[in-house]
Design a protein around this ligand. Structure first.
Ligand SMILES: Cc1cc2nc3c(=O)[nH]c(=O)nc-3n(C[C@H](O)[C@H](O)[C@H](O)COP(=O)(O)OP(=O)(O)OC[C@H]3O[C@@H](n4cnc5c(N)ncnc54)[C@H](O)[C@@H]3O)c2cc1C
Length: 462
């Protein structure tokens, strides 16, 4: 059988001018030569997560230049934890001793025949998307921002929206990682179906990912249309109609006046839908580009007004070279069964007067069911109820248990990368394959080298 030639790209940092690119290429080249002689670089400067709500306690950051350097580092250190693009809001990426940045592993290897792309663990979606689009390919979905790493996103079952779209980890067909003994392990969906379903949403617990293979499909265009002021009441009988009115649909709300402030409908131009008019289930079409947070400039947001564009410039809400969301903020998100979406929304709404003063915005999205053991959408299609909070942790900290109590009858699963107070005993009951996941992790990491306080509390604290 003929195989089209593969392409290997080494992607430098983003938004770089040509001079910067040449400089980086030269240093990358000398880095390759040096890395055969030097151990992983170590930095001990303080580090925070993206939003600045967390200063990591790990004293050291290791920066291996190659997989062999990484393997040597894993063999010789007692505690390590990979650090992606630092977009998680809790301490899931922290380590008592060493964090490891994989930014030097930045290859993009497209296989057009197999319809897959294999990326180094340092690659972010924003690096990857334009490269594969130029070659005629696309991913099935993206999160609200393209700034996050592929390895870090699949670790926490990061998702976009679309009742028929699985989270981003469902696009992974293979992963390669360094286990605690320094061995390089390769697992694939086709050859290792059962362990792979456990390993795709890996929570950083199995080892340090070096490469991820993702499914790709022929490239497509998306047009985004925004509506304002959708009454919640219409969700009682039209929830499915509304959330399937596009390929990816998001509702935003401040929880006041019984309505969604905005509806973002993202439609693929290669799919057929009924035409959108000036009214949509009682909402009216926006006449200019909007930011989900009312009052923020739409400059940072992807193009709307029904203007078609490449999938990667429409599926995220925020442009790559702008600050996504608000910047200084906290995030929380809970996943409930889609079939009970309306009741769950109304249950949270009862707390509106506690929530709104501390909220930038809530987003409601949908995710297809999957078979990944630690996915928040495991075995159930889901509505995700998301909160972008003002950076007011003392107040937010008191509201979360109230929201969690309202959502407990819906068996709400909190997002692994965001802030929550659900006790470990409840988490244990929410994930039927959790015990299997722990067994899988123990096989690759018998002494807890990749375990950190977040995992100790939330996976092992029940
Ligand atoms: C503004 C903003 C918008 C967001 N929007 C969305 C959204 O639309 N949908 C959504 O679901 N989430 C969203 N998130 C959350 C985000 O997707 C998750 O926090 C995601 O895990 C971040 O990936 P990261 O590369 O920053 O990883 P980090 O936060 O650095 O790490 C996350 C986890 O991945 C592990 N990890 C990273 N790299 C590796 C590796 N190579 N090997 C092993 N483990 C690794 C870390 O150890 C850690 O456990 C958003 C976050 C922000 C700040």
């Amino acid at each position: 059988m003929h195989h089209a030639p593969r392409t290997l790209y080494a992607v430098p940092c983003l938004a770089m001018d040509k001079r910067g690119f040449l400089k980086t290429s030269a240093s990358a080249l000398s880095g390759c030569i040096l890395s055969r002689m030097l151990p992983a670089q170590t930095s001990s400067a303080p580090r925070t997560n993206w939003s600045g709500n967390l200063t990591y306690s790990a004293p050291n950051l290791l920066e291996p230049g190659t997989v062999d350097e990484l393997r040597a580092a894993v063999r010789t250190h007692r505690h390590l934890r990979a650090l992606g693009s630092r977009h998680s809001f809790n301490a899931i990426a922290d380590s008592p001793e060493n964090q490891v940045s994989l930014h030097a592993l930045n290859s993009i290897d497209l296989d057009p025949t197999a319809r897959t792309v294999t990326v180094g663990a340092g690659i972010r979606y924003g690096d990857l998307a334009p490269v594969i689009d130029t070659r005629g390919f696309a991913l099935h979905n993206l999160a609200s921002l393209p700034h996050i790493s592929v390895a870090g996103a699949i670790a926490t079952a990061t998702h976009g929206s679309g009742l028929h779209n699985g989270n981003l980890a469902t696009a992974a067909s293979a992963i390669e990682f360094v286990a605690a003994n320094g061995d390089l392990v390769h697992l694939s969906r086709s050859a290792d179906a059962e362990p792979f379903a456990g390993a795709a949403v890996h929570l950083g617990a199995l080892g340090i990912l070096t490469r991820v293979t993702l499914d790709v499909q022929p490239t497509y265009q998306v047009a985004q249309t925004v509506y304002l002021d959708l009454p919640f009441a219409v969700l009682e009988h039209h929830c499915e109609d509304i959330f399937t009115s596009g390929y990816s649909v998001s509702l935003f709300t401040d929880w006041q006046r019984g309505r969604a402030t905005q509806v973002w409908i993202k439609r693929r131009t290669d799919q057929t839908y009924t035409a959108l008019g000036p009214e949509f289930f009682g909402a009216h079409r926006a006449t200019e580009n909007m930011h989900p947070i009312l009052g923020h400039s739409a400059e940072a947001c992807t193009e709307q007004m029904g203007i078609p564009g490449p999938w990667y410039e429409r599926l995220p809400h925020f442009k790559m070279n702008f600050t996504p969301s608000s910047g200084q903020e906290l995030q929380t998100e809970y996943f409930v069964p889609f079939d009970r979406a309306y009741a769950a929304i109304r249950a949270v709404e009862t707390l509106r007067d506690q929530i709104t003063p501390h909220l930038f915005v809530t987003e409601l999205r949908t995710i297809a069911a999957d078979n990944l053991w630690m996915s928040m959408a495991h075995e159930r299609r889901s509505l995700a109820i998301h909160f972008t909070w003002k950076p007011e942790w003392p107040q937010v900290r008191t509201i979360l248990p109230q929201i969690e109590a309202r959502l407990r009858p819906f068996e709400a699963r909190p997002h692994w990368a965001k802030l929550f107070t659900v006790p470990p005993t409840q988490l244990d009951a929410l994930y039927p394959r959790l015990a299997d996941f722990k067994t899988l992790a123990a096989g690759y990491d018998p002494d807890g080298k990749f375990r950190n306080p977040f995992l100790a509390t939330n996976l092992y604290g029940a």
